[in-house]
Design a protein around this ligand. Sequence first.
Ligand SMILES: *Cc1c(COP(=O)(O)O)cnc(C)c1O
Length: 378
Amino acid sequence: MSQDPWLLTPGPLTTSMSVKQSMLHDWGSRDAKFLAINTRMRSRLVAMIGGEGAFTCVPMQGSGTFAVEAMIGAFVPPAGKLLVLINGAYGKRIAKICEYYKRASAVLEWAEDQPVDPARVAKALADDAAITHVAVVHCETTSGVLNPIAEVARVVAAAGRKLLIDAMSAFGAIALSSQEVPFDAVAASSNKCIEGLPGLGFVLARVDALRQCQGNAPSLSLDLYEQWQALEKTGQYRFTPPIHCIVAFDQALTEHEEEGGVAGRGARYRNNCKILVDGMRALGFETLLPDQLQAPIIVTFHMPTDPRFVFQTFYDKLKDRGYVIYPGKLTVADSFRIGCIGRLDETHMKGALAAVRAAMSEMGVANGSPRRQAASAE
Ligand SMILES: *Cc1c(COP(=O)(O)O)cnc(C)c1O
């Protein structure tokens, strides 16, 4: 079997052979072995936020967005109002979910290269008594910016409101402790930093809060409360679960533990990120974000100004060498992204940098700088 390309993307990601191999079985959805694996997966995820006793894990079939949508639909009651903090596409998506669900909402927006500002959140909450919940994205994958979750959570709690977190691209690599950071629910998925396969989202929900959510969801299949109740009462999913994905996810959780949990996983990604950023800067490329705002998840680079640099050609040349990168998603600047997550280590990052150098040389691009003067200085 030839080597698949390495995925330097925001997900789905490169996974280990053992995670893929764990799927090579058939299980029925009532298979006791599968149900035991599912139960173990749920408790491992609760443990990852230190939520034993206070939190429960409600898995949801589908991609990460399905879990975010299920979280918003269940937690924000028809009479509630959600304040959405937006500094990228994923915050915008939460606002869109409110429109679909006809939930009252307000938004606060920042530029894509700025973290959300807790002081502005405090003011918005003081000014609008109707707001019951706040939604924030932990790492905004659009740019790779890390939002100050703990500070936002403090402000929200101090104002007596409830926090809902989309931690999709950070979960499992950047610590989030339910004992230190007050929140009611956090959503993530199987195929990002835990390095499982795509197909399952999950919400870690504070049990006290989830108990109040009966009847809120405007969707049958995404009803988080009913999903939880079915799992608690029967141990089973209401509708066909992605069994292979769940079994592989449990294997990925074993490998996550073996690597040292969130700290170990985060350390590998930080090292990947540093090698990538240092190597790209040495070639003249510039990151969108200063280092102190950059999460070690995905890095946005400004597009070089040299007219010989054509992104599609660059992309194809990297792909031919076995590395898949990602186009930019910014509205503020022309850019592309390179991910640091998935089953990749420093060998892969150095390999990707060698591929970048080779692609540039074939295109006749001497410098990756996004500044005009540098591009014309030859
Ligand atoms: C990946 C991601 C999602 C979910 O995306 P899906 O394509 O639905 O899996 C949501 N929020 C953030 C911040 C993400 O990075």
